[in-house]
Design a protein. Structure first.
Length: 523
């Protein structure tokens, strides 16, 4: 015998009479479906956007989609042990990561779990990974430099503390090397560094850690690693976790540097999450809020006013281009968010120019405010001269006869280009940069063979340290060149050029008798 619909409705009505809605918790739900790192959860009426959810077996998730009849959550970590019907609870708090001095020298994942087999991290402080950026009133103008130790960058595209400077280029153009050189150059200084590795293989992260360890840089560095083998959810939150760790130092009135390597892979991870969350795709299949993904991260970099502690957080995001296309969606997004970009070109890299800096497209919108006076005095028109040299060199290869002025400009440009080359992981101190750049920009290398410029540079620095003791120290101490230092530099260059055997240098006017160049304007 079949059961009539009337009997079924009577049973349902009877059950509803005894139902007490207050006994059903709005903070507890059950998994309806799970897969691809996403859990669909029924219940959780009190869940907040971005709230941390607790799954069985000490697993956590992030509530991202609050829908009419369910919540979709990203699972932070492995999800193979979760099944339909498992209970999920709200925690009432946003996602947080451990912060503090205890993390220095450690490699952690985006949740603060150590990955380096050095034992647990004994820190008692946590900060939310998502935070509203400091307002205009709490900030001050950028006025002090982050010395990268890379001559080409410190002279032409200076980075200030509190700035956001994008490093952009194709694969294998030296983007990570710029970050590591900058971190290594902070040894003995007051800048704490956070290196965030997103979507790289574990071997690459291990090489980065080994390089920093060899150069004594891990003492003031935290590595946050979300490798290619990690779920997309961890790659998505990794930059925010690293930023929170840097903000801890900024709130203490200290200076911090966050290197995000690289945000292209974070955008890919976020696109993957958005697709599995059923969010509508837009241009290049990215979700509509992908601009906000990076803007809310990079806006947190700031130089705070003295009334708010005077700390700073500098951001060096990396974006990978394809076939030098800086006009693609994600590159243009991040270019519009940052305060300038360092563009590394694969053609220059393959031609042996290291770093492969394209001075025509690279720019720092902070400019001379982020340079010491000594560097401004000697760099002068260096960037303009190099940009003109690149343009002239492109045309000169088709010309058989060049006028004297053009030939001289090409000769000077070739030597300046050679002068700016340097090996990786060997940052150059400020005083040495000032000395060699002064020699190059004032024409003292014009008679040195191009192939011997790097040999001349190394020899000149050794000469200053051995025969002109105190000169580099004086430049470093004063951070500016006065008439006395200009005269001492000219005399040192003249003496060394004669020792080096520069042909035709005897015919040049006595450098010590030349007037000191005027300091160039800021900007």
């Amino acid at each position: 015998m079949g059961i009539s619909t009337k009997e079924i409705s009577e049973v349902i009505k009877e059950r509803l009479k005894d139902f007490d809605a207050s006994l059903v918790s709005a903070d507890v739900g059950r998994i309806v479906a799970v897969g691809d790192g996403i859990a669909q959860i029924y219940g959780l009426q009190n869940a907040m956007a971005g709230e941390l959810l607790e799954f069985p077996h000490e697993t956590y998730g992030l509530a991202l989609n609050l829908e009419e009849d369910q919540v979709r959550s990203v699972i932070l970590g492995e999800f193979g042990h979760l099944h339909e019907g498992d209970e999920v609870r709200t925690t009432g708090r946003l996602l947080e990561v451990p912060v503090g001095d205890e993390l220095l020298g450690r490699i952690v994942n985006p949740l603060g779990v150590p990955l380096d087999d050095k034992g647990p991290i004994k820190t008692t402080r946590t900060l939310p990974v998502e935070k509203i950026a400091p307002g205009v009133i709490t900030r001050k103008r950028v006025d002090s430099p982050v010395q990268t130790g890379i001559k080409a960058i410190d002279a032409m595209i200076p980075i200030g503390r509190g700035q956001r400077e994008l490093i952009i280029g194709d694969r294998f153009t030296g983007k990570t090397t710029v970050l590591l050189d900058t971190i290594i150059n902070q040894k003995g200084k007051d800048l704490y560094c956070i290196y965030v590795a997103i979507g790289q293989n574990a071997a690459s992260v291990a090489r980065v850690a080994a390089t920093l360890e060899e150069n004594g840089a891990m003492d003031y560095t935290i590595i946050v690693a979300a490798t290619a083998a990690d779920p997309a959810s961890l790659q998505y939150i990794a930059p925010y976790a690293g930023c929170a760790m840097g903000e801890y130092f900024m709130e203490q009135g200290k200076e911090a540097l966050c290197c995000y390597d690289d945000l292209t892979k974070q955008a890919w991870a976020y696109r993957q999450l958005s697709a599995t969350l059923r969010r509508p795709p837009g241009r290049e299949a990215y979700p509509g809020d992908v601009f906000y993904l990076h803007s809310r991260l990079l806006e947190r970099a700031a130089k705070l006013s003295q009334a708010h502690g005077g700390g700073s957080l500098t951001a060096l995001p990396v974006i990978e281009t394809q076939a030098n296309d800086v006009s693609a969606f994600i590159p243009t997004n991040v270019i519009s968010i940052t305060d300038g970009q360092i563009y590394l070109q694969s053609d220059l890299f393959n031609a042996g120019q290291r770093p492969a800096l394209n001075v025509g497209i690279s720019v720092s919108r902070v400019g001379g405010d982020a340079q010491t006076k000594a560097m401004r005095q000697v760099s002068g028109k260096l960037r303009l001269d190099l940009a003109q040299y690149r343009e002239l060199a492109a045309f000169a290869q088709f010309a058989s006869d060049l006028d004297t002025a053009t030939r001289n400009q090409l000769e000077r440009g070739a030597r300046l280009t050679e002068l700016l080359k340097q090996d990786k992981y060997q940052p150059v101190p400020l005083a040495e940069q000032v000395a060699v750049l002064y020699a190059g920009t004032q024409g003292h290398l014009d008679k040195v063979a191009v192939a011997r410029v790097l040999e001349w540079t190394g020899g000149f620095v050794r000469f200053l340290k051995s025969d002109r003791q105190g000169l580099l120290e004086a430049i470093d101490k004063q951070q500016a060149l006065d008439d006395n230092l200009f005269a001492r530099l000219n005399a040192a260059i003249s003496t060394f050029n004669h020792q080096f055997g520069v042909e035709g240098y005897e015919d040049q006017p006595d450098p010590a008798a030349q007037p000191a160049p005027a300091a160039s304007k800021k900007g």
